[in-house]
Design a protein around this ligand. Structure first.
Ligand SMILES: Cc1ncc(C[n+]2csc(CCOP(=O)(O)OP(=O)(O)O)c2C)c(N)n1
Ligand code: SF4
Length: 283
């Protein structure tokens, strides 16, 4: 087991009490228990409060544009499959600005884990509604309340037969660690939607709100039953299930590309002649 200190300790710019602190703590514990050395992990994000996570941990880090963490994460994994790749960003980044990339990532099934901090609000830009904000929620930019129906990331992912779909809560770190471990060990695209309260701009979905509602899926729950998983994914109100909702072992993208069977792209020689011809085509 790797000492947790190896992942560093940094001062963050997150508000004290923000759910993101517990997600970071859980990630360090998960990596340590999985015995993953910092040099073997790539940590990729977009833009936002949650997306600052790579700044606060010693791993190979990369910040993409807002909503573009997933394309970068997939490229990293395809170029160097030896790396464990973790994409981490907020609900706005993944389901709003990056919505199409989220759908494409599910379809492609590159072997990586997405940790989506779901605080049901845009935290960094001070509290506008995000795709997961509940209908009727009043914000400064939606003074009449949100009219749109909220996006349900886990139902969409299960509907698309995503390889691995889970939900977790930052207020239950031992459970979050167990879910993160399963997601990272899973071969294929793994979504972990994590309720991570924004204490400054979401006064509706507070820590107490999630704590009162979230319950762990029972031990006899069958995550391979698609219909059962779809039913569980709809449960969002007085009670919200957390845990691994759905698992569907599908071939990963890298296993289907012939040229990747010759070894990692980052180790394959560059044919400069062909590269020049391609580049000339753009000039
Ligand atoms: C294309 C684009 N649109 C909008 C922005 C402005 N912007 C930066 S962060 C952000 C919201 C982030 O919210 P979320 O992804 O939910 O993360 P949180 O801050 O809540 O963790 C927005 C709208 C941007 N940088 N780029
Ligand atoms: S504004 Fe919200 S999301 Fe951002 S650090 Fe503070 S509590 Fe967390």
């Amino acid at each position: 087991m790797i000492d947790i200190k190896e992942y560093g300790e940094y001062t963050t710019s997150w508000c004290p009490g923000c759910g993101n602190h517990d997600v970071l703590k859980a990630l360090k514990q998960t990596l340590s228990e999985l015995n993953l050395a910092p040099r073997d992990v790539a940590h990729v994000s977009g833009i936002g409060q949650a997306a600052k996570a790579p700044h606060y941990i010693s791993l190979n880090g990369f910040n993409g544009l807002h909503g573009r963490g997933l394309p970068s994460a997939q490229a990293v994994k395809l170029a160097n499959p030896a790396l464990t790749v973790i994409a981490e960003s907020g609900d706005g980044c993944n389901y709003g600005e990056g919505g199409n990339h989220f759908l494409a990532a599910i379809r492609r099934n590159v072997d990586l884990t997405l940790l989506a901090h779901d605080n049901q609000i845009y935290g960094l830009t001070k509290g506008q509604a995000s795709p997961t904000t509940m209908e009727g929620h009043v914000t400064k930019s939606q003074p009449g309340g949100v009219y749109n129906s909220p996006f349900n990331p886990v139902a969409v992912a299960i509907g698309m037969k995503c390889s691995f779909v889970a939900r977790a809560f930052s207020g239950n770190v031992p459970h979050l660690v167990s879910v993160m471990k399963q997601a990272i060990r899973h071969k294929g695209f793994a979504l972990v939607d994590i309720f991570s309260p924004c204490i400054s701009f979401n006064k509706v979905n507070t820590f107490g709100w999630y704590k009162q509602r979230c319950y762990e899926l029972p031990a006899d729950y069958d995550p391979t039953d698609w219909h059962g998983a779809m039913e569980k994914a709809q449960e969002f109100g007085e009670r919200i299930p957390i845990g691994v909702l759905y698992k569907n072992p599908r071939p990963t993208l890298d296993s289907r590309y012939d040229f990747l069977q010759k070894g990692p792209l980052c180790k394959q020689p560059v044919d400069h002649g062909t590269l020049d011809t391609i580049m000339d085509g753009y000039l």
